[in-house]
Design a protein around this ligand. Sequence first.
Ligand SMILES: Nc1ncnc2c1ncn2[C@@H]1O[C@H](COP(=O)(O)OP(=O)(O)OP(=O)(O)O)[C@@H](O)[C@H]1O
Ligand SMILES: [Mg+2]
Length: 620
Amino acid sequence: MAERTDGTRVAPLRRLWRYGAPYRRRTWWATTHSVLNKLFDLAPPLLIGLAVDVVANDGDATLDRIGFTTQRSQIVGIALLTFFVWAFESLFQYLHQVAWRNLAQDLQHDLRLDAYANVQSLEHAWFQERATGDLMAVLNDDVNQLERFLDIGANEIIQVLTTVLAVGAIFFWLDPSVAMLAIAPMPLILWGSFWFQRRLEPRYEAVRNQAGFLNGQLANNLLGISTVQSFTAEDREAARIAGESDRYRQANRSAITLSSAFTPLIRMAILIGFTGTMVWGGFEAIEDATGGSGSLTVGQYSVLLFLSQRLLWPLTRLGETFDQYQRAMASTNRILDVVDTQPTITSGTTRLTLEPGAGAVTFEHVTFAYEAGSRAAVDGVSLTLEAGRTTAVVGPTGSGKSTLMRLLLRFYDPDEGRVCIEGHDVRDLDLGDLRRLTGLVSQDVYLFHGTVRENIAYGRPEASLEDVVAAATVAEIHDFVQTLPQGYDTVVGERGQKLSGGQRQRLSIARAVLKDPVVLLLDEATSAVDNETEAAIQRSLERISAGRTTLVVAHRLSTVRNADVIHVLEAGRIVESGTHDELVSREGAYASLWAVQTGAAVRHEPRRRNESSVRRTPPS
Ligand SMILES: Nc1ncnc2c1ncn2[C@@H]1O[C@H](COP(=O)(O)OP(=O)(O)OP(=O)(O)O)[C@@H](O)[C@H]1O
Ligand SMILES: [Mg+2]
């Protein structure tokens, strides 16, 4: 929630009001029409009272003065007036509905876009703490909740207020003593409403949060449906969803118990006001009619009765409206929390453009742990990617290879030391420039729902088909694409599901090649393709990386043999560096890895046989 520095929370309505500053004028415009609509809606009972008096008391003095001298003409005059009042009521109803609903649309649109844009600017660490489904709930459900409130609820609150004020004024004008009776329950109702509201607030917050958890679990399961099915975990997952759904139900139940009690209680309070008005006002009218000291005419008495209905009826709906309000405010908090989250990785100001061939990268005593206090994933690493050269990093799984790339791309910032491109600390660089300079073929390829062409051209949407084909050819995927029914216009499905792992990987290589980055980062870029294809891609990549600063991470050492320098990483530290031949002759960590992969070590470690047989025996 929005905590201030002094620890107090900013009320959601105030947050929304501040956020909606550009909409102030339109809010006032809509409010004015809501008020006018209500005022015209309250007028007919007054006219009815007038008509009753005209009939019962030989005409009305005021109407007489303005020219309606006969009883009949007065009735016709009142009817005419009623006609206009109704026409205006309808007109303002139309206007306020259009105003509020359009305001709701525009505000929800802005909120969704702002929240989404801010989410895009946030760092990886933030996403790790949040379930995707929960975020989707914020961007969709919560935004819609607010929209619903602005559509209907805001107008209702304003109209209830208008009713209370207008009817209260009329009551006092007609008969102060009866008015006192009618408004006697008001303080009770208001106090009761606030009491309920305060207690409902945390319950609706819990409901919204639980909706987020449920969504998170659902998204997780649907994305991992093949894992669920292959491990026959359907029952377990269904039970897990049932658990989350049940907690959502319970959270709602607790809110329902309270919010449903509201309306009956308010009704009881209202009843006191209404029956009081009926009895006391009735007595006054009888007194008046029998020539006593009563202060109410029959017409005025009927106005009082009609109006107290009008006054009290909407109050019974106050519960529902407050309910909607509370839900909307819980959602507002969740949305604005996302909108207000400040990224910790922010863009620097130094603009940098480099030509391919430049772009030396240095890691200087870089230490980084994903979580404070946990083991460093990268521990005091210093290494240089010479401009225009290929540098390789190898090492066991979990040794921090991908982390190095993430630090260079500023998905995370190092805890100690710095990463520089051409001597500029990456933290000083414009983030857009930094990421334009670098091209990453990541270990886990992500393709978007779209065509092959769109996916390859993702980093350069304006690229021509020839460029796309050229990049695909380098990545050895062009021939395959041609066998597809719609060629480059074939839709790859969500996450590229319709392609094989190796095809996805090659597509992502094509994507990086087309981007033509100054610094090329290949993280296990060919791990999912067969030997022949790998050899072919390897030859292409060597052409592409020639004269380009390139960082290659690979488990198959054959793919890094020709690198200008190879660093061996173990548990976040560099343990060896050198060329392939130097490292092999040093007989250290690299040499034994090499021995395993070339089959030389199979004799000594028979249990590794299976593992190494999956791996390719590299050409020596
Ligand atoms: N997002 C994360 N949060 C916490 N720890 C992480 C995160 N990502 C990686 N790690 C940890 O950091 C260490 C280094 O991870 P990294 O991905 O850099 O390994 P790697 O060398 O690329 O391994 P592989 O060869 O399996 O890809 C690992 O121990 C891993 O558990
Ligand atoms: Mg990795």
